[in-house]
Design a protein around this ligand. Structure first.
Ligand code: DX5
Ligand code: ZN
Length: 221
């Protein structure tokens, strides 16, 4: 599978959302990442299905929806309707996550599962028949612009080995502090889906920032 560059719109300028999104798409974004935060699962509130729908109307690229919410089951149908192509709930959500990932697939889209930095990798094993992607958080979720946690690299390497044994078709995504400085190392560790917020949308040249990430990973293919 071709590596995916997925700029996270959380760091975009919401007064100029269309311009920012279209610049990322011109730079070669394969997906746009939408961070949904409810103020309970994480200490921040972001946006909901209305913004996802708005972004979906701006472009044809795939929409990645990261659910940092306590009750993902309740909102899956709405995000699917808004245009989500891949939904990642958290394994730490206080509901039956096994049911949630099945619910996502029952809606005809791809399912992911997200792990916080302190969550054991083995927690995904029972879910592997029901997910397409495992998302490794390389910051504590809740805010854009945080510093990359270096131990994420070792976790990605270990997870890749585990997936190769258990379910090789599952891909690894990484989210938090991803930039041109660590994307090559993340690729070598086994990640193929790169979520980048501030390194793209806070850059002077959004289009160029996406293109640079793309060029770095393509050179490693
Ligand atoms: C953090 C979010 C990330 C965030 C990444 O909770 O899940 O998707 O937007 O932003 P950066 O790349 O700035 O760490
Ligand atoms: Zn995210």
């Amino acid at each position: 599978m071709k590596p995916i560059i997925a700029p996270s719109i959380l760091s975009a300028d919401f007064a100029n959302l269309r311009e920012d999104v279209l610049a990322a798409v011109r730079g070669g974004a394969d997906a746009l990442h939408c961070d949904i935060m409810d103020g309970s699962f994480v200490p921040n509130i972001s946006f909901g299905p209305m913004i996802v729908r708005t972004v979906n109307e701006m472009t044809d690229v795939m929409l990645d929806v990261h659910l940092m919410i306590v009750n993902p089951d309740k909102y899956v149908p709405e995000f699917v309707k808004a245009g989500a192509d891949l939904i990642y709930p958290h394994v730490e959500a206080p509901y039956d996550i096994y049911r949630t990932v099945q619910l996502i697939r029952d809606h005809g889209i791809r399912a992911g599962i997200t792990l916080n930095p302190g969550t054991p990798l083995e927690t995904v094993i029972p879910l592997l028949d029901h997910v397409d992607t495992v998302l490794i958080m390389s910051v504590c979720p809740g805010f854009g612009g945080q510093k990359f946690i270096p131990s994420a690299l070792q976790r990605i390497r270990r997870l890749r080995r585990l997936l190769d044994e258990e379910k090789p078709s599952v891909t690894i995504a990484v989210d938090g502090g991803v930039s041109r400085d660590n994307v090559a190392e993340l690729y070598r560790a086994g990640a193929r889906h790169f979520i980048a917020g501030s390194s793209v949308f806070k850059a002077e040249d959004i289009e160029g920032a996406v293109r640079e990430l793309r060029t770095i990973v393509e050179a490693l293919e």
